[in-house]
Design a protein around this ligand. Structure first.
Ligand SMILES: Cc1cc2nc3c(=O)[nH]c(=O)nc-3n(C[C@H](O)[C@H](O)[C@H](O)COP(=O)(O)OP(=O)(O)OC[C@H]3O[C@@H](n4cnc5c(N)ncnc54)[C@H](O)[C@@H]3O)c2cc1C
Length: 530
């Protein structure tokens, strides 16, 4: 405790038995260390309050919400008269940054607590009631999962609790999907409404940032960690959820230093905490729709109409998988056609036959992950060699998985169903033979396109619309500085690009992280000359 008090101002506070220290839904609540007595942590998001933990003298409250700035998931109540040291959120950040040993213990406890809640199977959190066949139910579940919100999904089609709960909340099936949290009920909320109600959206400030990062994938998050830790005022503007493509993958096996593969979402959760710990701001959902320039400053326009002003911008908007040119594909997106294979998508595959399209590593990983849940996985590839575009270890694993069938020279012709995907008709390009597969899910991982349609002409792109940087823009008519462009600098001084969005980049997690970190070095160089 002495070390804690050396790092941050702590106030000694007294609470009577039954008094509340903080409640579910509270934001910017204090971090408490128990001096005497007991503090009970309660899950009050379900039908009746459940005890999660009891903290005794020497123990402390709190979890990752302190760092993410999101509201508390639990309530804390004095179980007996107690004395606690209370530390403000800013004070806690000082402890994490200035007392490394103590900070590590606290941070590890926060991460472990969130993990325990997630894996407990009994924590209710936000409740989503909706049908597995509804596109909006999928959108909401996907948004919550990617933003690391703990939630319970009650499937209208199979959950015996649904009727009773709908009656209790005074809504009918036609109102679904509905989201219930802290006595609030939302009918089919938009992602933004959800983010605002759950307190996960923080609007960007009216200030001039040193660095505005567009895109919160691995490249953007790495830039946020390095930028903020090196003293730059840094904001990350992310369209849907931090993590980018990495949060759409179950396991990353080739990330340096993690021989026992890590899930994309776990790496992302840690990266977000790291960025927040150093003081980077993260605004989600914050789709950027335009970039203009005023003197030496960049102005980013958000879909909401808000504007963010920055001295330097990092374009880290990555790439997104292309839509299949098959009849019906667009119609079934979110209700049968998916571009990621995580637990959220996996829930519709239990015991079913599913289709994965693509010959690269992303398709391979998806097939292996889905094979654990599905009855059978059909992997469709255009060519005749599984090893051509896929890492050998993954191709071997596919060959060794009995319930994956690789269909070579095969493509999708059409998709059919009523409200949800029901059948996929495929064709063999060699023989012309057609076959119809009965399936509720098709996972598409064919070539990716960069997300650069929001950029102005001053930012040069290659023929496939990836952003050009470094030597490739040295002679650009848009380049208006005396010096040569830095390695990751675009055709506009002070605007950089990193990760999958950059022309010529290696499309890998590690390289995106490396480029994001490297870009910060060039940001410093540019700021020196401003
Ligand atoms: C299924 C799958 C499995 C993979 N497995 C591996 C693996 O095992 N190993 C490996 O090394 N790599 C793997 N990859 C590749 C790796 O994930 C990518 O190379 C990496 O995510 C690229 O990072 P990025 O930050 O450049 O872009 P992205 O990850 O694409 O992130 C870009 C972010 O920008 C946001 N964004 C886009 N437009 C806007 C806008 N206008 N405004 C605000 N935000 C915006 C997006 O929402 C997204 O979050 C895999 C990819 C997939 C899809």
């Amino acid at each position: 405790m002495a070390e804690l008090r050396r790092c941050a101002a702590a106030s000694l506070e007294q609470y009577r038995a039954g008094q509340v220290l903080f409640e579910v839904g509270d934001r910017d609540f204090k971090f408490f260390v128990v001096k005497a007595g007991e503090v009970e942590i309660l899950d009050s998001s379900g039908e009746s309050p459940k005890t999660i933990a009891v903290h005794r003298p020497g123990q402390f409250t709190g979890d990752v919400a302190h760092l993410t700035g999101s509201p508390s998931l639990v309530s804390a109540v004095a179980r007996a008269d107690c004395e606690v040291y209370g530390i403000s959120p800013a004070g806690l950040r000082d402890v994490l940054n200035n007392c490394p040993e103590l900070g590590n213990i606290i941070l590890q406890a926060f991460i472990a607590r969130r993990q325990l809640l997630r894996e407990s199977g009994s924590f209710t959190g936000v409740r989503v009631i909706g049908s597995r066949y509804s596109r909006d139910t999928f959108r909401i579940r996907d948004f919550l999962a990617r933003n690391l919100v703990l939630f319970t999904w009650l499937d209208l089609e199979s959950d015996p609790e649904v009727d009773r709960l709908l009656r209790r909340f005074g809504v009918s099936e036609s109102d679904t999907p509905v989201v219930v949290w802290c006595e609030r009920l939302l009918r089919n909320p938009s992602n933004r409404e959800l983010a605002e109600t759950l307190g996960i959206r923080r609007p960007p400030k009216q200030t001039v940032y040193d660095l505005a990062v567009v895109g919160g994938g691995p490249a953007g998050l790495a830039a946020a960690v390095y930028g903020a830790s090196e003293g730059l005022t840094t904001v990350v503007l992310e369209r849907t959820a931090p993590g980018g493509q990495a949060s759409g993958t179950m396991l990353i096996e080739n990330y340096l230093g993690f021989p026992t593969a890590k899930s994309g979402s776990e790496l992302v959760e840690r990266a977000v905490l790291q960025a927040r710990k150093f003081g980077a701001e993260l605004s989600v959902p914050a789709p950027v729709t335009g970039l203009t320039f005023e003197n030496a400053y960049s102005l980013l326009r958000l879909e909401t109409g808000e504007t963010v002003v920055a001295k330097c911008v990092l374009i880290a908007t990555g790439a997104e998988y292309r839509r299949l040119l098959a009849e019906g594909c667009e119609r079934f997106e979110g209700c049968g056609v998916y571009y990621a294979a995580t637990v959220t998508e996996g829930q519709v595959c239990q015991g079913e036959d599913v289709v994965v399209v693509g010959g690269g590593n992303s398709a391979g990983q998806a097939a292996v992950f889905l094979a654990k849940r599905a009855r059978k996985v059909f992997l469709l590839i255009l060519g005749g060699d599984l090893y051509k575009d896929m890492s050998a270890y993954l191709a071997r694993r596919i060959e060794q998985t009995p319930n994956i069938e690789v269909l070579y020279h095969t493509t999708v012709l059409r998709m059919e169903g009523y409200k949800h995907l029901a059948t996929v008709t495929i064709v063999n390009s060699r023989t012309g033979e057609e076959r119809t597969l009965t399936t509720p899910a098709l996972f598409s991982f064919i070539g990716a396109s960069p997300r650069t349609d929001w950029l102005p002409p001053e930012i040069e792109r290659d023929a496939k619309q990836f952003v050009r940087t470094g030597a490739a823009v040295a002679g650009s008519p848009h380049w208006n500085a005396q010096r040569q462009p830095f390695l990751l600098e675009t055709s506009r001084p002070g605007v950089f690009a990193a990760g999958d969005v950059r022309s010529g980049s290696v499309k890998r997690f590690t390289s995106a992280v490396g480029e994001g970190a490297m870009a910060v070095q060039f940001v410093h160089e540019h700021l020196k000359g401003m």
